[in-house]
Design a protein around this ligand. Structure first.
Ligand SMILES: Nc1ncnc2c1ncn2[C@@H]1O[C@H](COP(=O)(O)OP(=O)(O)OP(=O)(O)O)[C@@H](O)[C@H]1O
Ligand SMILES: [Mg+2]
Length: 644
């Protein structure tokens, strides 16, 4: 298949756009493939950092509360009960994050309490109450060191609260109640600072706070999340979560004091604004690059193609005979091309002039040789005409000589007989004067009879020769043309020759199918067949006591009619067969043969019937004459007389 033909400009534009597309595509793909994992890793690191940050802040807050409680516990032994109670009161009211402090005896009885302003009214209920059954109290007694409780509903405020308990000397336990809200307020404050959504889960996995548009998706207990379990084992790590068909990076930090989890999330993949913006920037850059290449490439293509166009235009102008300036531009190769073409055009012009000059010279030489050729041709034609005429004259001369020679014998014989007769008459007259005897008269009569007989025979022979000779010039115009059946003509000949054949031991048979119709000259055809049959009887069977002549005809494949005349006679010697159709060729010279029979037949077949006559024979093998005739003979040319 032939490759499509492009215009240079379109080709350059296409190449540029395709190159830009491929390049920008590869660069974009590389950017996305390399950059997005980095962004994702950064996001992951960031959410983890935030989670840690939350946990650390809460730890600081709780640490502050712990150290205050430790200080208080340490001062218990050094102060009197009333002094200590006053201190408790002062601490409970003045410390942010603690709204009640209890001093509990080892048996669980609350012996002193410091209460914040808003819970002061419950003092009567609190003092003397028994906390020995509370899990926090039990844990402190069992382990002998500081413990945090799970969240619970405060009996004082009715709010969610966490408790911190620490031993105060060997016989007491100091318990502080910290309202959850005060811890969570710190977290919320931080959440305002850090953007990623945050959950704070208590030790049971309950979501205590959720900020931003986190992916909790209606779940409030997230204890089952594998990430929490991993974090609970002490290893804080990031992981991916899936909620509502979306993926999130999550960072988890674990706070040991309260067994809380701080979980921060940020959407992963395209939902993440950073990833999305990177992708959008890349797509935008891709689009811009394509637009730029679409807008700029035609201009660049124009810059490249225009000088070439100018060179092509100049080449065309030069080809049409123009002589303008060859253009030069800014591209070195095109300038070189232009310069080369310019020198080539110059060389061509010179060559052209030289060529024209040469053509002119050749044309002149040709005209001269043409003239001499036509002169030669004219001379040749003239010579040809002369030759033809000479040939005709020679042929005619030969014929006349032949005829003269042939006529010479009978006429000479006749003349001799007549002059003998004349001598005899003169002799008779002389004898008559001397006296006429009967014997003289009888002698004269005998001589007269002999001479007249010789003269008559020879004159008849001469007459025959002339008749034959007249036939040599067979004239179409004098022959009658008509439509006839071949079988008819052959049948007539057989009938005509019948009587003379009967007197000989020879046989003639025919095999001519009916329906072989010709539009031709039956006269010359009949004459030809009669000649061939007569020749067989005369020459082929000469001295034989049996012989068979057969005439057969058929329609050949090419539409010609073939007639075969065969005999089983002695055949024609090789030395004779090549000349057999020439005039005066005979083996019966002086014995009735003129040698014109086959010549006449040949002329009639070739010139009048428009066919061909061939002979095929070998000595002792019989002879086979073959005629091929067209069913329709050619039209007679007016006055066309065929001689020789
Ligand atoms: N069928 C034949 N078999 C053998 N020889 C033949 C046969 N036909 C022709 N010839 C030879 O060809 C010679 C030429 O024949 P052609 O008919 O021209 O002349 P011709 O028969 O001798 O004389 P004409 O026909 O003029 O009386 C003959 O003398 C004879 O020797
Ligand atoms: Mg003959």
């Amino acid at each position: 298949m032939a490759a499509r033909e492009w215009k240079l400009r379109s080709f350059i534009v296409a190449i540029m756009i395709v190159t830009t597309l491929i390049t920008v595509f590869l660069v974009s793909a590389a950017v996305l493939l390399l950059r997005i994992p980095v962004i994702e890793a950064e996001n992951q690191r960031e959410v983890q950092l935030h989670a840690n940050e939350y946990a650390a802040h809460v730890q600081v807050l709780l640490g502050g509360i712990e150290s205050r409680l430790d200080v208080l516990a340490n001062t218990h032994a050094r102060l009197s009960p009333s002094q200590f109670e006053a201190l408790l009161e002062q601490m409970a009211q003045g410390t942010r994050g603690i709204h009640a402090l209890y001093l509990v005896a080892r048996d669980g009885t609350v012996v002193a309490a410091g209460l914040g302003d808003n819970v002061e009214i419950f003092r009567g209920d609190i003092l003397g109450s028994d906390l020995s059954a509370t899990p926090l109290f039990r844990r402190v007694i069992d382990r002998g060191q500081r413990q945090w409780s799970d969240t619970y509903l405060s009996a004082l405020s009715g709010n969610l609260t966490v408790g911190l308990a620490t031993p105060a000397g060997p016989n007491h336990v100091l318990i502080g109640e910290v309202p959850l809200a005060s811890v969570l307020d710190t977290v919320k404050m931080l959440a305002r600072k850090y953007a990623p959504p945050l959950w704070v889960l208590d030790s049971r996995g309950e979501v205590m706070i959720e900020t931003g548009n986190g992916p909790r998706a209606g779940r409030s207990n997230l204890k089952g999340l594998p990430i929490l379990q991993a974090a609970g084992d002490g290893e804080a790590r990031t992981a991916d979560l899936e909620f509502g068909g979306k993926r999130y990076h999550a960072g988890v930090a674990y706070s040991e004091a309260l067994h809380w989890h701080f979980v921060t999330t940020t959407p992963a993949g395209l939902d993440n604004p950073r990833v999305l913006s990177t992708v959008l920037i890349v797509i935008g850059a891709f689009g811009v690059a394509i637009l730029v290449s679409i807008f700029l490439s035609p201009t660049w293509a124009q810059q490249l193609a225009a000088p070439l166009d100018r060179i092509v235009a100049q080449a065309r102008e030069t080809a049409q005979g123009g002589n303008g300036r060859w253009p030069r531009g800014r591209i070195a190769e095109l300038n070189a091309l232009s310069a080369d073409l310019e020198s080539m055009a110059g060389a061509l012009r010179e060559l052209n002039v030289e060529l024209e000059h040469r053509v002119e010279k050749r044309t002149q030489a040709l005209a001269e040789s043409n003239e001499s050729l036509s002169n030669t041709l004219a001379r040749l034609e003239q010579a040809q005409h002369e030759l033809v005429r000479a040939e005709k004259m020679a042929a005619l001369g030969g014929l006349v000589a032949g005829v003269a020679h042939e006529l010479n014998t009978p006429i000479g014989n006749g003349l001799m007989a007549v002059s003998t007769l004349s001598d005899q008459a003169r002799e008779f007259r002389r004898t008559m004067q001397e006296g006429l005897r009967r014997s003289d008269l009888e002698h004269l009569l005998g001589s007269v009879e002999q001479a007249t007989d010789i003269a008559a025979r020879n004159l008849s022979r001469a007459a025959d020769l002339v008749t034959s000779f007249k036939q040599v010039a067979v004239d179409q115009a004098s022959s009658q043309r008509r439509r006839f059946e071949l079988a008819e003509v052959v049948g007539e000949i057989a009938v005509t020759l019948g009587p003379s054949l009967k007197r000989t031991p020879y046989v003639l048979t025919t095999n001519v199918p009916a329906g072989l119709a010709l539009d031709s000259y039956p006269g010359p055809l009949g004459q030809t067949l009669a000649n061939l049959i007569n020749n067989a009887l005369l020459h082929a069977f000469d001295g034989r006591d049996a012989g068979h002549v057969h005439i057969a005809a058929r329609l050949a494949d090419d539409g010609m009619i073939e007639v075969d005349v065969t005999d089983d006679g002695k055949g024609i010697p090789a030395g004779l067969i090549g000349r057999i159709f020439d005039p005066f060729v005979t083996t019966r010279m002086g014995r009735g043969g003129t040698g014109l029979g086959l010549h006449i037949a040949y002329n009639a077949v070739t010139h009048v019937l428009g066919g061909s006559l061939q002979v095929d024979s070998a000595e002792g093998q019989g002879a086979h004459f073959r005629l091929r005739l067209p069913a329709v003979a050619p039209a007679a040319a007016a006055g066309d007389i065929h001689e020789v």
